[in-house]
Design a binder for this molecule. Sequence first.
Ligand code: NAD
Ligand code: A1AUG
Length: 543
Amino acid sequence: MANAFFEIREPENESYNSYAPGTPERKKLREEIDRLKGQEIEIPAIIGGQKIKTDHQQDVVMPHNHQHTLGSVHLCGEKEVEMAIEASQQARREWADLPWEERASIFLKAADLITGPYRYTMNAATMLGQSKTPHQSEIEAVGELADFLRFNAYYLQQLYREQPYSPDGMWNRMEYRPLEGFIFAVTPFNFTAIAGNLPLAPALCGNVSLWKPATSSIYSSYFIMKVLHEAGMPEGVINFLPGNGADVGNPVVESEHLAGLHFTGSTGTFQHLWKSIADNIETYNTYPRIVGETGGKDFIFAHESADVDALVVAAIRAAYEYQGQKCSAASRMYIPESIWGSFREKFLEEVQKVKYGDVEDFSNFMGAVIDQKAFNTITSYIDYVQESDDGEILFGGNYDDSEGYFIEPTLVLARDPHFKTMEEEIFGPVLTVYVYEDDQFEETLQLCDTTSPYGLTGAIFARDRYVLKKMSDKLRQAAGNFYINDKPTAAIVNQQPFGGARKSGTNDKAGSAANLMRWMSMRSIKETTVPAKDWTYPYMREE
Ligand SMILES: NC(=O)c1ccc[n+]([C@@H]2O[C@H](COP(=O)([O-])OP(=O)(O)OC[C@H]3O[C@@H](n4cnc5c(N)ncnc54)[C@H](O)[C@@H]3O)[C@@H](O)[C@H]2O)c1
Ligand SMILES: N[C@@H](CCC=O)C(=O)O
């Protein structure tokens, strides 16, 4: 142990490169895209630090050009899961016993690698593998991922400082132990930063992880493993298990060593995993902590006093950036009749300027949706609207998967506030608007609050302060991330800790001290300086 209290200074959020024409970063990013596209890589499982190849391989392709192969991935099953559990349990004690500042230094180094020598690799890999534009990739695969690593290390230090009161004669202490077992990190395709954070936040607290990345974003996930290796992450602390959900998930939840689930993905998958854990509850050595951030049906609600220009910008960015595949993406909107005409006119004028296509063309605002399955699901909603009397497509509605999984930004007008596309998560570039009578403002707030089972993000637009207060109060439980006169996407670590309740998750706020607390098991220690030598009490003495 070090004979000093080391200090991590409060970090600042990573600043973003603009990639504007003529900048050196634009040139470097293009070079890295060319380099990655010019090679094919083989992505193994990584268990106990060893690269493991399996007999089940799958191609890794680009969503915006699915004929182009970036490489192949080895998919895991029961055998590899058993190896990973074994490796994690071998690594567990040494990792847990490592002084916290030694652990934290690996995370700080990883952050500096991501924002330094790996910056263009992380950005280009996320652009190619997940079809993000340079900006969407930069803000998360570089910015948010580095922020998670730096701020979590800082929060850990703050948490460890929290100590109980000690009256005279004793010294009370609090020890923040890692959990006994391993954490199962199951990550979604849409954010490289989330993929990295879910196995890493528990590991920072001294836990070991089994990480099941999404197969459709495996390319950038593999580069995270490369960064961790270079940062000095010991073998067996993070075990990388690419694979189909159930092939990896089923054997994992049957292990007695499962101590926690750190999940982000759809509500259905989370509920399935929670039920599987409940079914196996007698198996475990300790009650697994369950943390899950899941789906959303995020809203923008406008009052008649709203600034229409700001509303249009928020709607376009929130609904269509990253093709509407952010859990925070706006997918339903409530607009009063009195401003609907001007909103509609401005929105249609702007949205027709939105370009989508290959993300290597930097003039595009949108790329392709992630894969064939997502394409089929999203377009089935568009087809449903085309055939319905209660909904009408006001813009977009075209799609084409011949080269890449492209879907036009689409605006739907719903005549019924309970229309299917007002209620269900679509996870694609489809925004549905419901126009309400101005005098139905309060009733429509109630509708907004009760229409979907989710509670992730939401935004309100108004100028009138009394109205803003009323909207905020009425929609208190409707969103865990709530925005006033801003779009409901793009939360930043340490500024807007992220997560929602209801069917959107356990709201343990990724990138916050509250999240780290879930990966610790506290031990209260009382040390008495001069122990009692007489077991009797004064009241027992004779009068
Ligand atoms: N609330 C948030 O913070 C947040 C953030 C990002 C994404 N999301 C949500 O994620 C969803 C989109 O992501 P997705 O399509 O990757 O979700 P998904 O549920 O299809 O997959 C998520 C992960 O779960 C794995 N999985 C599936 N079945 C499994 C099983 N039986 N056992 C173990 N793992 C299994 C998948 O392989 C993947 O790695 C959307 O619903 C979105 O709203 C939420
Ligand atoms: N933190 C991201 C959402 C991540 C979910 O996919 C945002 O706020 O837009």
